[in-house]
Structures are given as C-alpha cells and as structure tokens.
Design a protein. Structure first.
Length: 471
C-alpha cells in the first residue's frame, strides 16, 4: 500500500486506476496545473536539470529518491500516509469514536473551507517566490528554492485530490479557483494576507520558509488530528516534506547571521554593511516582520470558529492523540492576556474558544528553540548581539491585539511612540532597497554570495561543489 504507482499519468497511492470518474476529473485538472506552473512557477530554469527529490514511498525513512530532473517533468502526485488501523477521533465531542472515511453532511462546508484555505497557500507561495532564482546566492540555494516550489505544487495536488474525491461539483470548482487566484493580485488575491506579501529578496525567502512554512507545519499538525481520516493521512505525509522547507529557512537565516557576525568583526567600526554584507540589526527587522505576519495566520485569539472545529473533531491540538490525555477540553479555561482601557489584564476564556492561541503558543515555542540555536552560534562568533522574537502582540493585524500598538516586548504604546520607533523595529524602504542591492546571482558550483556563509552540509550527502542545477 505504501509504494506509489508511477505507471499512471498521475502517480498515486490511492488506487486511482480503480476510480475512473475521479481519475478522469484529475486528468482534466492536470494540464491546467501544468499551465499554471509554466505561467506562475519559477521564472527561467524550467529547461534545466535540477537535483530534486521525489517521493517514491510513504514509508518513513527512504521515502524519496534524488536525481537531476527538469521541473516541468517532476512527478507531482497524490500520496497519503498509510491508514492507521482502528484509528479513533483524537479530540472534541466525539473523541474515541471511529474516524470518518466520508465527509459528514453537517461538516461539509467547514471542511471544504479548511481544505480550500490550506490549498490556497501552496500555489500562493510558489507565486511569491517565482523571481528569486534569478538572484540565488548559490546553486545549492537555487536548488533548495526549486525543491520547495515543486513540493508546494505537490501540496496543492494533495488538497485538490481531497476536493475532487469528496466534494463533487463544488470541489471541482474550488480546484479550478485554486489555479485562478494570484498572490498579490488586487482583484483575485490569495486568501490569506501573508501569502499576498511580496517575497523578492533571499532574506525574505529564508524568513518565509522559517516562519510562514512553520505556520504550515502547525496547521497541518492540527489537521493531521482531524476526524476526517483522508485529510489526516494527507497532512501527515505533507508534514514529511515540509520538514525540509523549515530547515531551508532555519539554516538560511543561520548562514546570514553567521556571515553578518564575521563581517561585523572584520570592520573597524563593527559595521557589516560597510563590508558589503547584511548587518545583524537588519536580520532582526526581517524576523520581526515575518514572525508577526506568520502568527496572524493562526486566527483570532478568541474564536468561536476554533471552538466549533475542535468540538466537531475537524481539527485537533498539536499532537492531540499523542500528547494529551484529556481530549474534551471542556470546563477548562485559558488565561488570555487582554487589553482593558489601554492596560494589560487577563480574562478567563473557555479553552475550546482559545484553540487558535493554544496552537500559536506551540508554534512560538518551536520558533524559540530555533532562535536559541542561532544565538548559541552568535555567542561562539563572539559578537555582542542576540536575536529575539518580538512579542506575539507586536505588529499584529489580526486578532484581539490588532487595534493597538505594542513594542517588541509586548507593552502597549501610543501611536506617537509607535511612529517614532517603528523604523527601528521593522524594515524601512531603505533597508529593503539595500538588501535588494546585494541580491546578485552566484552560479558557479561551490561559490556563495558575499552576504551569506557557506552551508554546513550539502544535500543528500553531496559536496558543496556539486552541480545542484546544471546551467
Ligand atoms: Fe506546503
Ligand atoms: Fe512548505
């Protein structure tokens, strides 16, 4: 069951050959997807051989093969994690009952909305990143970008499969719409805000894969706990692929910080920009911006939708089945910091209504672990600088903290103070122009752009000089 049928037009492990109707519908969508890829996928390099991994099994360990492939020839397909025997609903009102193999009528609309929203982020990120290859700081980075892009394309396939297989005509319409919206487009934007932000420099790309893809990890984690078993199985396999995207972000920022530290020490005035690099403070500003945008994606702190999703079993908490022993979340409260007359207070919120915040806090703890690793490296580099995450109230545009300004420590501040300080905390136009000016392509195998340190290891045990993209 875990091995994948590569003979079919659409590689899959869902026995597509025995469901002609579904197969035909997906085979109709496939050329539309390829057209979208040609229009909105990476600009240039489509005819080049790229050292990509392709999923060949859903077994943990040894699930992928690496080979030089032209991106349009990538074998996008439909892969679900194996069915877990006797799996029960992890959380909510029906915890402990058998999971659903079909969509219950009363949850059809909510599930459809969840799947469409998740599906929309996948092509959106490809669109956001489509110009980046032209300024890749090394061949390996270019390869990593393409790897992330083809897998986001596969994640779109994952969601489109669910729409086609379980939502009939509506699902087919949704699948078409997923190829019609465009990141940043005024008339037909992508659904979520962070996925309409431009991603035009590599520091942004690393922040995006570190922070925004990590939001994806937690959303997928919550959906992996879904009572709707095909959704859970789909998300579990997506998480396997997602891990690489996060490591691209984490190690990318680590390399920028390492190089910033080296250049800071090299300069008589400790000014990395004077040495033609990105300075540590600028990296901090990018972190502030993308961390804030990414935590907005979890939804409002107090949310009746999140309560409904949890109680009906559509979503669980992070590792609901494995890490929690009490699965109803009833008669429990979350102490939510709230603004009361301009000051911070605390309100007891029924736990089910605070599920967005519970997931967000798990995400923040995950980010903190990475920041700690970066800071250990900075300490070893012997520079007097540590990076930090801004408070989760800082620079929010969604949720209960959106109507008020906060400093990076999370203290409420006046609009005047915000206006006086925001250029110290967030990227300015000058910062963006400066970072952009450093984005020059480096395409000789093993060579790096000046502003970034070499990676500590290559891909799939290949060396630094390997031809990750054959130009
Ligand atoms: Fe994804
Ligand atoms: Fe991703």
């Amino acid at each position: 069951m875990a091995s994948i049928d590569y003979q079919s037009l659409i590689p899959n492990n869902v026995d597509l050959d025995n469901d002609r109707r579904l197969q035909r519908a997906l085979e109709k969508w496939q050329p539309a997807f390829l057209d979208w890829w040609k229009d909105m996928g990476p600009e240039g390099y489509q005819a080049k051989d790229v050292y990509l991994r392709t999923a060949v099994s859903t077994e943990p360990g040894g699930w992928a093969v690496f080979d030089h492939v032209k991106m349009p020839d990538y074998r996008w397909g439909i892969f679900l994690a194996d069915r877990e025997k006797d799996r029960v609903i992890p959380g909510g009102d029906h915890a402990g009952k058998p999971v659903w193999q079909e969509v219950p009528g009363e949850h059809r609309n909510a599930l459809r909305r969840i799947i469409v929203t998740q599906g929309d982020t996948e092509p959106a990120s490809v669109e956001q990143q489509r110009l980046l290859a032209k300024t890749a700081p090394s061949l390996m980075d270019m390869r990593n970008l393409f790897q992330v892009n083809v897998e986001e394309g596969r994640h779109l396939w994952a969601m489109v499969y669910l729409l086609h297989a379980y939502f009939g005509r509506d699902g087919r319409d949704d699948a078409e719409e997923l190829l019609a919206r465009r990141s940043g487009d005024e008339d037909k934007p992508r659904i979520l805000d962070a996925f309409n932000q431009p991603c035009s420099d590599w520091l942004t790309f690393f922040c995006f894969t570190m922070f925004t893809d990590r939001d994806g990890k937690y959303q997928l984690g919550a959906l992996a706990e879904s009572a709707f078993d095909p959704l859970s199985r789909t998300c579990r396999f997506m998480l396997t692929e997602e891990a690489h995207h996060l490591s691209v972000g984490e190690s990318g920022i680590e390399r920028v910080l390492r190089r910033a530290a080296e250049l800071t020490k090299l300069d008589p005035n400790g000014d990395a920009r004077n040495q033609g690099g990105i300075d540590l403070q600028t990296v901090q500003k990018w972190i502030n911006y993308w961390f804030s945008y990414s935590i907005d994606l979890f939804g409002s702190e107090i949310s009746s939708n999140s309560a409904d999703y949890f109680s009906s079993g559509l979503k669980g908490r992070w590792r609901e089945a494995a890490d929690h022993s009490e699965h109803s979340a009833m008669n429990q409260f979350y102490q939510m910091p709230v603004v009361q007359n301009g000051k911070m207070g605390v309100e007891d919120i029924p736990l089910r209504n605070a599920m967005n915040e519970v997931l967000r806090q798990d995400y923040i703890a995950d980010c903190q672990r990475v920041v700690k690793r970066w800071n250990r490296m900075l300490k070893k580099q012997d520079v007097d600088f540590q990076v930090s995450l801004p408070h989760n109230r800082f620079f929010r545009r969604q949720g209960i903290y959106a109507g008020q300004e906060f400093n990076p420590q999370g203290e409420p501040i006046s609009d005047d103070e915000w206006n006086a300080k925001k250029n110290e905390w967030l990227p300015t136009d000058e910062d963006r122009a400066y970072v952009k000016s450093l984005m020059v392509p480096v395409t000789e195998p093993g060579k790096m752009a000046h502003w970034i340190a070499a990676p500590l290891r290559g891909i799939n045990r290949q060396g630094p000089d390997f031809e990750y993209v054959r130009l």
